[in-house]
Design a binder for this molecule. Structure first.
Ligand code: UDP
Length: 325
């Protein structure tokens, strides 16, 4: 049975990936330092004999016998990755080095969760993989952007130096169940605000755009990329090409939650990208992959998840007893 290592296995994407890999009958080892991931995301997996959780920070080396590695560990929400920017850079760079060493020792194939942030505030639209980006190297986002860019270069260097089988996917904005409602991203913020009848906070004037991918579609892309022909290394864009501005997103969330929340406008964060939309021709051609779930359907499922989570948390609070670690 193939042993698959998932770093960041207790995070939003990692826990969804672990679930899918277990369904496919793989043995799964999840690593997480639990800085932004949560045991509650993997609580239901812990009883599975084919699942193992190790609390570990990938900035330190680790030796494990594995056949494949999905390197997902890194805080990904701007407020979270900016909270300790040096740690964020270390996670991308030292973490990638440690995971590449692990892959080299095991002869394992390794997938890197890269990001649309490598394009910075793009002046090519939609973004194609050949575009080299417009990143501010000294800005508040650079710990993440430059860390992930450097990680990509490490992956390609390890491939050139040691012939390691690498797979690099550039992930665009993703949402869905197991997102941390507190992590400060726009989809989770808007949904939480709407279901609690608080004002929806739009940063700037709301004309900036993003393209939101439902998590199941993204995980399907990860698996297709990992299983793709050996000579296809990427980088490949993985995201939903349907582009929305934030005013449209806010309206849709208000409609689907039937909320009476108002919209308030707040200061735009520094270096906030103006437009973002993936060109996914490469993923279509090489992986036969494209997202299937539209924003409205995906939001419905996510709203349902957040409602249940918020409701059960409230119940837990009332009796003064917490079941979530
Ligand atoms: N944003 C917003 N309100 C919020 C949170 C985020 O208007 O409560 C904006 C943010 O400034 C950005 C977009 O929504 O323009 C997406 O932000 P997010 O943090 O979700 O991801 P990013 O694409 O910036 O990494």
């Amino acid at each position: 049975m193939k042993k698959i290592l998932v770093t960041g296995g207790a995070g939003f994407l990692g826990s969804n990936l672990c679930t899918k890999l277990l369904e496919k009958n793989f043995y799964v080892i999840a690593l997480d330092n639990l800085s932004t991931g949560s045991m509650s995301n993997i609580q239901n997996l812990l009883e599975n004999k084919k699942f193992e959780f190790i609390k570990h920070d990938i900035i330190y080396p680790i030796d494990l016998p594995v056949d494949q590695v999905f390197n997902l560990a890194c805080p990904a929400s701007p407020p979270r990755y900016q909270a300790d920017p040096a740690q964020t850079t270390k996670t991308s760079i030292l973490g990638s080095l440690n995971m590449l060493e692990l892959a080299r020792k095991n002869g394992a194939r390794i997938f890197q969760a890269s990001t649309s942030e490598v394009y910075g505030d793009p002046d090519v639209h939609p973004q194609v993989e050949g575009y080299r980006g417009n990143v501010n190297p000294i800005g508040v986002r650079s710990c993440y952007d430059e860390g992930k860019r450097c990680a990509e270069s490490l992956f390609f260097d390890y491939h050139r130096m040691y012939g390691i089988e690498i797979k690099v996917g550039r992930i665009f904005n993703t949402y869905g169940p197991k997102m941390d409602p507190q992590d400060g991203r726009v989809v989770s913020n808007f949904i939480m605000q709407a279901i609690q009848n608080e004002p929806l906070t739009i940063y700037g004037d709301g004309t900036q755009t993003r393209s939101f991918c439902y998590v199941d579609d993204l995980i399907d892309g990860f698996l297709k990329m990992m299983e793709s022909e050996v000579k296809f290394l990427g980088p490949v864009n993985l995201g939903n090409p349907d582009e929305f501005n934030l005013l449209e997103l806010a309206d849709l969330v208000l409609k689907l939650t039937q909320s009476n929340s108002k919209i308030v406008f707040e200061k735009l964060p520094q270096d906030d990208p103006t437009r973002r939309k993936p060109d996914i021709s490469l993923a279509k051609n090489k992986l036969g992959w494209e997202p299937k779930i539209c924003l409205e359907d995906g939001l419905r499922k996510t709203i349902e998840y957040f409602k249940v989570k918020t409701f059960s948390k409230r119940k837990v609070k009332n009796v003064g007893y917490s079941i979530t670690p």
